[in-house]
Design a protein around this ligand. Structure first.
Ligand code: OFO
Length: 170
């Protein structure tokens, strides 16, 4: 059984994952409209992953006798100024998510809920991968700078790069 405090924290995390999915969907759609097909494919997959993270939490809350709340979503921005701007926002969003997951893990310890603590370890590892991937992408973009040929190759490479969970599923 979940304590009210844990249930509330898990429901807050459900909203964060759902908002992440919408945010990356907006980025994917913008990239597609800019003709950045590799980038948009990568971001569509990333958006799907975040939805899967949300679902995993919904199922967990219900299985543990709680009641998952399906939240209203914040409207994400629908335009972005550059590829660099997109990935900067993605990295800082992932850093924010990591912080929220750490806070949730901390609440699990305070409440002595070791089952939820164990469940949350999957998210802790996932965030390490996602932040590392976002940083690798940022490093590549700063090497490329404004070189159009480099950006073309970057977009083509992203077409081959599959986010973490999707890679595991293939
Ligand atoms: Fe990358 O945010 Fe989900 O956990």
């Amino acid at each position: 059984m979940l304590s009210p405090k844990i249930e509330e924290a898990l429901n807050a995390q459900i909203k964060i994952e759902a908002d992440s999915s919408q945010f990356y969907l907006a980025m994917a759609s913008w990239a597609e409209s800019e003709g950045l097909n590799g980038t948009s494919r990568f971001l569509y997959l990333h958006s799907d992953e975040e939805r899967a993270h949300m679902l995993k939490l919904v199922r967990f809350v219900n299985e543990r006798g709680g009641s998952a709340v399906i939240p209203a979503l914040d409207a994400p921005p629908h335009t972005f100024d550059s590829l660099n701007g997109v990935f900067e926002k993605l990295l800082s969003h992932e850093e924010f998510v990591t912080q929220k997951i750490n806070e949730l893990v901390h609440i699990c310890l305070e409440e002595k809920d070791y089952t939820t603590h164990n469940f949350m370890q999957w998210y802790v590892s996932e965030q390490i991968e996602e932040e590392a991937l976002a940083r690798t992408i940022m490093d590549k973009l700063s090497l490329i700078g404004n070189d159009k040929g480099g950006l073309y190759l970057f977009d083509r490479d992203l077409e081959l790069l599959v986010p973490q969970d999707n890679a595991a599923a293939q």
